[in-house]
Design a protein around this ligand. Structure first.
Ligand code: NAP
Length: 289
C-alpha cells in the first residue's frame, strides 16, 4: 500500500510512519518545521495551508491511503491563535479531503476528545460533539469536512496520548517521571478525567483502520477512564517511584473528557489495553541512557 502520512514528524506521526514502514508499506511522510527522522519513509517538507504545496505532495505520493495527523494540536496555542488554528485544523483539512478524493485515496483523520464539552464523559462514538475550545471547534470542522468531501473516510478520535517523544520534545509521562525521580511533588487534579492511551496502542488502531479499510467514526483510547491524579499515581507505580509525591489537587474545575472506545475496539478487533498495560509497555521501550 502507498501511504501518505501528513504530520509524520509529530509525536504520534513518528510512530505511525515507523510502523507503516516496518509493515512493508511504501510511505511518504511529511514534516514542516522539524527535521525528518531516517525511518525508511520518503520525507517531504510541506506547509499544509499552502494549496500548491499540498498539490505537489499528492502528485509525488500518489497515495492509496492518507493518514492526516498534522494539526495545531495544543489547546492553549489554538486559543491564542484562533485564525491560524482554523487555517491548519479546518481549512487545510478540507483541502486534504478534496485532494484525497481527487486521487481516489482513503482518508484517515486523527481527531480529539476535545470535540466534546467535558460535561459528561467518557464519550462514545454516537455522542453529539459540542466543543468549547478553539482547538475542539476547529478539529470538529476538520472532521465535518472529511465526512462531507471524502467518500472513503475514517475519523479516529483519541484522548491523552503518552509515550517517549523525540529528543528535545515533551510528553506528560516522561516529564512526570523525571519530576518524581527528582523528589518533587506533583499535584494531580482529581476533577479532570481522561482515557490515557500508550502511543503504540493508538498506532495499532490507526494502522488497522488504514490497512483494513474501516470507515466511519472511531474512538481509540485507553480502557481506563481515570482522573489525572489516578493517572499520575499509576505512572509512579509503573516506574517504581514514590506515590506519596503525587498529591490530590481538588481545586481545579470539573472536566470530564475521556472516550469510551469499547465499540470501536470490538469493531477493529483489537485488544483494549488499560493504563497498567500501556505504562508497562512504555517502560520496557525506554530509550537507552
Ligand atoms: N498528543 C495527544 O495527546 C493527542 C490527543 C488527541 C488527538 N491528537 C491529535 O493527533 C494528531 C497528532 O498530534 P501530535 O501530538 O503528534 O502533535 P504534534 O507533536 O504537535 O505534531 C503535529 C504535526 O503536525 C505538523 N504540522 C503542524 N502545523 C503544520 C502546518 N501548518 N503545515 C504542515 N504540518 C504542520 C507538525 O510538523 P512539524 O513539527 O515538523 O512542524 C507535526 O508533524 C493531531 O491531529 C492532534 O489533534 C493528539
Amino acid at each position: 500500500m502507498r501511504v501518505l502520512v501528513i504530520g509524520g514528524s509529530g509525536f504520534i506521526g513518528r510512530y505511525v510512519s515507523r510502523r507503516l514502514v516496518a509493515s512493508g508499506h511504501t510511505v511518504v511522510s511529511t514534516f514542516n518545521s522539524r527535521p525528518p527522522v531516517d525511518d525508511g519513509a520518503t520525507w517531504r517538507q510541506v506547509e499544509i495551508t499552502d494549496p500548491a504545496g499540498l498539490d505537489a505532495l499528492f502528485a509525488l505520493a500518489r497515495p492509496d491511503v492518507v493518514a492526516h495527523l498534522a494539526a495545531m494540536a495544543d489547546v492553549g496555542t489554538a486559543e491564542r491563535n484562533p485564525e491560524a488554528a482554523t487555517a491548519v485544523n479546518a481549512t487545510a483539512t478540507q483541502a486534504i479531503a478534496r485532494l484525497s478524493e481527487r486521487h481516489g485515496a482513503r482518508l484517515v483523520f486523527v481527531s480529539t476528545e476535545y470535540v466534546f464539552d467535558g460535561q459528561s464523559g467518557p464519550y462514545a462514538e454516537v455522542d453529539t460533539p459540542a466543543p468549547n475550545t478553539q482547538y475542539g471547534r476547529t478539529k470538529l470542522q476538520g472532521e465535518q469536512a472529511v465526512a462531507a468531501i471524502a467518500s472513503r473516510w475514517a475519523v479516529l478520535r483519541t484522548s491523552i496520548v503518552y509515550g517517549w517523544p523525540a529528543p528535545g520534545r515533551r510528553n506528560f509521562v516522561p516529564m512526570l517521571v523525571e519530576r518524581l525521580r527528582d523528589g518533587e511533588p506533583y499535584h494531580g487534579p482529581t476533577n479532570v478525567h481522561r482515557s490515557p492511551v500508550y502511543v503504540e496502542h493508538l498506532v495499532d488502531g490507526i494502522v488497522r483502520i488504514a490497512e483494513a479499510d474501516h470507515a466511519g467514526i472511531f474512538h481509540v483510547a485507553g480502557a481506563d477512564w481515570v482522573t489525572m491524579y489516578d493517572f499520575a499515581v499509576a505512572v509512579a507505580e509503573a516506574f517504581g517511584l514514590d506515590t506519596n509525591l503525587v498529591i490530590p489537587d481538588r481545586s481545579t474545575a470539573r472536566d470530564r473528557l475521556g472516550l469510551d472506545s469499547r465499540r470501536s475496539m470490538a469493531a477493529l478487533r483489537l485488544h483494549h489495553p488499560g493504563l497498567a498495560d500501556g505504562l508497562a509497555a512504555m517502560r520496557s521501550a525506554a530509550p537507552a541512557g
